[in-house]
Design a protein around this ligand. Structure first.
Ligand code: PGA
Length: 266
């Protein structure tokens, strides 16, 4: 795992966007795995800036989002599809037909989940998967106890996740209790993974996920098994990392001697 501790959220967002942009330039028809939540908003903002001012071209890019609430139509302002439209899709040139967000109104969720997995495979798999981390250590909506081999499926959200997400809804009781989510196993098949975390509230769980044991109780810890993961945290989210000095040392040495290897997951 490569852990990069950035001074600010802005720095972290720019670095994440640069990695995604490099991927898209290198392979114009890249398959991007995308995440919602407050954490990636800065990354999307920077990608939009690169598209508008530096000609970053998404015309061949294909996207798969991690998750979606069950029961919210894509037009609902709190649906993840709506979020993605607002913060990214409406501002870059990804063809609408290349965009995949789990459909929370699917008639048969089981069939939909199998179709979604097959679509990912059909496009050749995910090149870069962007992730946030939940307060309970979840990636996508893989709540504690999710099998580390899990696939796209229906998941019941924990009370903590529902409370964490209540800030986006008028009333806490409006937060859906179920979601469709890619599984941990699905996520681990991405060729590269970038996990982002910022702010002091994430400090404990980031340390547990990165430096603690691999456990289905903290599904983000499964990333330790992946061969190309970059964890980007700001100073606040990285504050409890025991090996922070080493991560900073690695970054300094690479910056000086091997700048091409920054963000390569080594
Ligand atoms: P956040 O959510 O980015 O809003 O903190 C992260 C997550 O729950 O995955």
């Amino acid at each position: 795992m490569e852990v990069i501790i950035s001074r600010t959220y802005d720095d972290l967002s720019k670095l994440a966007a640069r990695m995604i942009a490099e991927q898209v330039k290198h392979k114009p028809n890249s398959v991007l795995g995308l995440a919602t939540g407050s954490t990636p908003i800065g990354t999307y903002g920077e990608l939009i800036r690169m598209h508008k001012h530096e000609g970053l071209d998404f015309s061949k890019v294909v996207t798969f989002n991690l998750d979606e609430y069950v029961g919210l139509p894509p037009t609902h302002p709190q649906s993840y599809r709506y979020f993605m439209d607002e913060y990214l899709f409406n501002h870059v040139n990804i063809p609408k037909t290349n965009i995949h967000v789990p459909y929370g109104h699917a008639e048969s969720i089981l069939d939909f989940c199998q179709w979604y997995e097959a679509q990912i495979v059909g496009y050749g798999g995910i090149d870069i998967q962007l992730l946030g981390i939940g307060g309970d250590g979840h990636i996508a909506f893989n709540e504690p106890g999710s099998s580390l081999g899990s696939r796209t499926r229906l998941k019941t959200l924990t009370r903590q996740t529902i409370e964490d997400n209540a800030r986006f809804f008028d009333k806490p009781e409006q937060v859906p209790c179920f979601a469709i989510t890619m599984g941990v196993g699905t996520i681990l098949e991405a060729r590269k993974i970038i996990m982002l975390a910022n702010g002091p509230k994430k400090a404990d769980i980031v340390a547990e996920a990165i430096e603690g044991p691999i456990s289905a109780q903290v599904t983000a810890s499964a990333l330790q098994l992946h061969r190309d993961v970059v964890v980007l945290v700001d100073d606040d989210a990285g504050a409890k990392l025991k090996r922070a000095d080493y991560y900073k040392w690695v970054y300094e040495q690479k910056t000086k001697l091997l700048p091409g290897l920054i963000g390569r997951g080594t």
